[in-house]
Design a protein around this ligand. Structure first.
Ligand code: MG
Ligand code: MG
Length: 283
């Protein structure tokens, strides 16, 4: 990772407030889908639910038309890891594990977030994997917050803490070749955020940075393949996968998880900025 080649967009606090507004739209769309997930619903129906929430909020679904992607969400079921295309034919069954990934643009600023949820009664081992993925995401965000606060943080401190948490959680595959990213006036910006690796490398973590942190892990091998639809990423060994994501921004006095309704307070405590405007979307 040669930092002189990276083009990192630093945001002002005001711009981060705009990202927060976009993030809350994404959170609302994900919450609506979480409530709708049940055996018998199709991923196309979930996509329609998310698109309506996003458009009703005056925002635009960032995925739709992104390099030709046809929908507002990625819906990745079971052995699908990420980038699954919603379809009326893909109907959820009891016991499925689904990743729902969603993005919105509001006033030119982006939010990007994903959840993994079980459909009806789901194997506790799969739910445990989803929980480990989530824990690893929060560990990565916390590492960014601590590193920004002490002035010594570097990008791969996030990667290192994601990996450490996954390894501690069990024998999961950490998907390679996909990861988090800078985010702001585009959904995908520099830098790429690996979900594994040594700490202390890459650009310094400084106020104004906004990053999407998104671990992807599997019950088996980390190896993936892309389906002939040109989008859907599946595990090569057929093992089931989990994927979660939040967008976070670094402010002078802490981080702000722009796609979490509480800004990250419940998971991060004092690592979160004190500057939290009241919002109608907040819990
Ligand atoms: Mg995403
Ligand atoms: Mg993303």
């Amino acid at each position: 990772m040669r930092r002189e080649q990276l083009d990192i967009q630093l945001k002002t606090p005001e711009q981060i407030e705009l990202m927060r507004a976009a993030g809350l739209v994404v959170a609302a769309a994900l919450q609506a889908m979480r409530e709708a997930v049940a055996p018998g619903i199709s991923t196309a129906e979930l996509d329609a639910i998310a698109e309506k929430v996003i458009r009703d909020a005056g925002a635009v679904p960032s995925f739709k038309g992104y390099h030709g992607f046809p929908a507002s969400i990625c819906a990745s079921v079971n052995n699908q890891v990420v980038h699954g295309i919603p379809s009326a034919e893909q109907v959820l069954s009891e016991g499925d594990l689904i990743s729902l990934d969603c993005g919105a643009i509001l006033e030119g600023w982006h939010g990007d977030s994903a959840i993994t949820v079980g459909v009806g009664e789901t194997d506790p081992q799969l739910l445990r994997m989803a929980e480990v993925a989530e824990d690893s995401m929060w560990a990565g965000i916390a590492a960014a917050a601590r590193g920004a606060a002490n002035g010594r943080g570097r990008l791969t401190d996030i990667s290192f803490n994601v990996e450490k948490t996954v390894r501690k959680g069990g024998r999961y595959g950490i998907v390679d070749g996909y990861g988090g990213h800078g985010i702001g006036t585009e959904m995908h910006q520099d830098p790429h955020v690996l979900n594994h690796g040594k700490p202390g490398k890459g650009p310094k973590l400084v106020p104004g940075m906004a990053l999407a942190i998104e671990p992807m892990i599997t019950m088996g091998s980390p190896r993936t393949a892309e389906l002939s639809d040109g989008w859907t990423v599946v595990t090569r060994d057929g093992s089931i996968a989990a994927h979660v994501e939040h967008t976070m921004a670094i402010l002078e006095d802490g981080v702000w998880v722009t796609t979490a309704p509480d800004g990250g307070r419940a998971r991060l405590g004092d690592l979160v900025t004190a500057k939290q405007p009241v919002s109608s979307h907040s819990e």
